[in-house]
Design a protein around this ligand. Structure first.
Ligand code: ADP
Ligand code: MG
Length: 723
């Protein structure tokens, strides 16, 4: 390899080694730098069997030790009736011994293996614990041998052995070797941190950090390395976000201060309820920002049912009062239609501009969805383009090219997590000058997540629910308990008897055949609706709602449910976000374990919206001790959306540490936890903002500029996965 320079941006192949091609294929890792960004999952100390007391069958154990005996035993395989081979290798570590058992079908592989592990050889063994014949053993552990120079091998072996994430198709030792080689050969490690920041934060250099994370001499080095790399992640993220904020502030927008005696004032006068303190405060904040000369970019988060729509509507009216139009983007057809109905209803004659009986100075509310007939669409398009419609509500259809506005001043995006930044931008692009943007979400986001993911948005949070909301009691119901289920349907009958309504939620639309793992078939909307109509709920007015129905059918069902003409709505999660029927008080969620924590919380938010108490039943067949059951119990135990969203994120993260495939070799947040590293994120945010003041276009910080560019490429995909 003489003369070959290995640089950070060199392809992995530059380090040589037979596995480079495979690594690239299995992980998507392209460059030497990416490879060095694969961090060990954990570290093992050599020769530690003391853990055994705390371990259970099936746990992963790593040990380093010397082979004290190695015996090959042929036996008769019960299934194939052929001779197979068992190799029993007794390995001694400083604090005890353990037997490794390997099974081989072929004589030559068995012999090859036996030769690898002669008496006196020293090796590292990683495998699953098994209790067999009264003793622990590792079955078919992965092993790496260090030759027969026991003392020498021990001496050469680091105290902390890095264990890298498992990648299908790659021998872990080869991955480790490739990383070690890259670490030795790479010449130009980019440093994203300005020296002044590194010093102020008392962090190790990037060279030390890389060495310390991959090949620490001791635990202290590893901790310092992780601290530095974690800070880097936070700093790059916060730099990107600070640049976005700066760009927004430098942008000129039309101020929309509203005017007294306009639509907003008249709307406020006729509002049938008093605004909550939160609605009023956030409303004032928004009102001020709309009046400024640069665009508002605000995230409004609030518990389900906290009344975000009114806040948004008031902002829209202020913009209309200043000669602008507002667009409201909703994630589903059902939701767009509901918004349209309820906003038109709330506005009354204020929305009848140009009609007989409309109030003076009134505006219009247009609806634009994919399912409109040609004539209605033409009208809506004309009203948007001509400016007659002060408010245009729609789904993705709003983003289409032919949709034009006379003077778009405010973009409101409801339930943000369904839309990406590009879609926000597509809509904003329809305005002459950059519009103000209000993003609403009912999926509460922990503060640091908001700071990281939505760091370019200012955040407002509606914490209180309007007064007079009923309580919602949530109970987990084991599917096997027919008596409990009977009682659930009975409860629906009782509620309907008192004039209330109910939801039954299924995870499937049509029949599920089950699968060959023996899993019970999932309940579907179609069969459940029929069963209930003919059985437990006979005599009640039961309707179905799901995504495969024609849009006009969906709207008809939703409308009659809202009007109280349907008692029980059997549906999929199309009702998950935003659906607002205050008279609904019971929800039965079948196969509740099929839904995520936040999703269940959203679903449950559909009941208890009026003054009546609600009841939510989570029906499940999962085992009492399982993690699925833990999730359901968590949902049943609290209605605090922030708490639940935390639980949800933590579980998703856990699911993510299993391998690098999922997070992609380039994942931007590897060590930083948006849930636990609040202080790091805050410090990095301050430092990044300060640094940008001295180097606004990052021309003096090329490594940082490159890292933010990469982050920008990857972040969207990542966030969408996370939510
Ligand atoms: P979400 O925040 O989940 O989108 P909505 O905006 O749909 O909640 O509001 C839920 C219900 O509460 C609606 O029927 C709305 O009219 C009502 N509402 C909103 N604000 C208040 C308030 N201050 N007092 C009483 N009811 C309110
Ligand atoms: Mg809503």
């Amino acid at each position: 390899m003489a003369g070959v320079q290995v640089r950070w941006e060199s392809p992995v192949a530059a380090i040589g080694g037979k596995e480079a091609g495979k690594i690239k294929k299995a992980t998507g890792i392209e460059t030497v730098g990416d490879l060095l960004g694969v961090f060990p999952r954990r570290y093992v100390r050599k020769g530690s069997l003391s853990e055994l007391d705390d371990l259970n069958e099936g746990d992963l154990l790593t040990m380093v030790g010397e082979v004290v005996s190695s015996v090959q035993k042929p036996y008769q395989d019960r299934r194939t009736h052929r001779t197979a081979y068992r190799l029993e290798v007794r390995v001694r570590a400083e604090d005890g011994s353990l037997t490794m058992t390997y099974f081989d079908r072929q004589k030559h592989t068995a012999d090859w293996r036996a030769k690898q592990m002669p008496q006196g050889a020293v090796g590292l063994f990683v495998g699953r614990l098994k209790w067999f014949n009264g003793a622990w053993q590792l079955t078919n552990p992965e092993s790496r041998m260090y030759g027969d120079q026991a003392d020498d091998a021990f001496a050469r072996m680091p105290d902390l052995i890095p264990i890298y994430p498992a990648v299908a198709g790659i021998n872990p030792w080869n991955l480790e070797n490739a990383i070690a080689m890259a670490l030795d050969l790479v010449e130009d490690v980019p440093d994203v941190l300005p020296p002044s920041v590194r010093e102020a934060e008392d962090l190790v250099t990037i060279g030390h950090a890389l060495r310390g994370i991959h090949r620490p001499d001791n635990w202290g080095q590893k901790v310092k390395a992780a601290d530095r790399l974690k800070y880097d992640e936070a700093f790059v993220t916060q730099t990107l976000l600070a640049r976005r904020r700066a760009a927004i502030e430098a942008t000129v927008a039309n101020p929309r201060p509203g005017r007294s005696g306009g639509l907003l004032d008249r709307f406020d006068e006729r509002l049938p309820f008093a605004l909550t303190d939160g609605q009023r405060e956030i409303g004032d904040e928004i009102a001020t920002e709309l009046g400024q000369g640069h665009p508002m970019h605000r995230l409004l988060q609030g518990e389900v049912g906290s009344g975000k729509t009114v806040v948004a509507l008031r902002a829209m009216l202020q913009v209309i009062d200043s000669g602008g139009q507002a667009a409201l983007l909703a994630p589903t057809e059902v939701l767009a239609q509901q918004h349209h109905r309820s906003i038109v209803a709330m506005l009354g004659d204020l929305a009848e501009g140009g009609f007989l009986g409309g109030a003076e100075g009134a505006t219009r509310v247009a609806l634009l969805t994919g399912s409109l007939n040609a004539a209605s669409r033409r009208t809506a398009l004309a009203e948007a383009a001509g400016g007659e419609a002060g408010i245009v509500i729609g789904t993705h259809a709003l983003l289409e090219e032919r949709v034009q506005f006379a003077e778009l001043g405010l973009v409101v995006v409801d339930e943000q997590h369904r839309f990406g930044v590009e879609q926000r931008a597509a809509l904003s692009g329809k305005a002459g000058a950059p519009p103000h943007v209000l993003v609403m979400t009912a999926t509460p986001i922990p503060r640091t997540v908001a700071m990281t993911v939505f760091g370019d948005l200012d955040t407002s949070t509606l914490t209180e629910l309007p007064a007079g909301r009923g309580d919602v009691q949530t109970t987990v119901v084991p599917a096997a308990r027919q008596d409990w289920l009977d009682r659930a349907w009975q409860r629906i009958r009782e509620e309907v008897g008192q004039g209330r309504q109910a939801y039954v939620v299924c995870s499937r639309i049509d029949l599920d055949e089950g699968d060959d793992t023996g899993r019970a078939p999932l309940r579907s909307v179609e069969e459940t609706a029929v069963e209930l109509t003919e059985g437990q709920l006979s005599g009640l007015r039961v309707e179905m709602l799901h995504g495969r129905m024609a849009p006009e059918d969906k709207d008809r069902v939703m409308q009659s449910f809202a009007a109280g003409e349907v008692d029980v709505l059997v549906s999929t999660t199309v009702i998950e976000v935003g659906v607002d029927v205050p008279n609904a008080t019971v929800m039965v969620i079948l196969d509740a374990d099929r839904f995520g924590v936040s999703q269940l919380h959203q679903l449950r938010g559909r009941i208890g919206r009026g003054g009546h108490s609600g009841l939510c039943l989570l029906v499940t067949a999962v085992d009492p001790g399982s993690t699925s059951m833990e999730r359901l119990t968590a949902v049943a135990s609290t209605r605090d959306g922030f708490e639940l969203s935390r639980i949800d994120l933590e579980q998703r993260r856990e699911g993510n540490v299993l391998g690098i495939e999922q997070s992609g070799g380039r994942s931007s947040l590897k060590l930083l936890s948006v849930l636990r590293d609040e202080d790091v994120i805050e410090r990095a945010r301050a430092a990044a903002t300060q640094h940008l003041a001295t180097d606004p276009d990052l021309s003096a910080s090329p490594a940082l500029a490159e890292a933010t560019r990469r982050l920008e490429d990857s972040e969207q995909a990542e966030y969408l996965e996370m939510t």
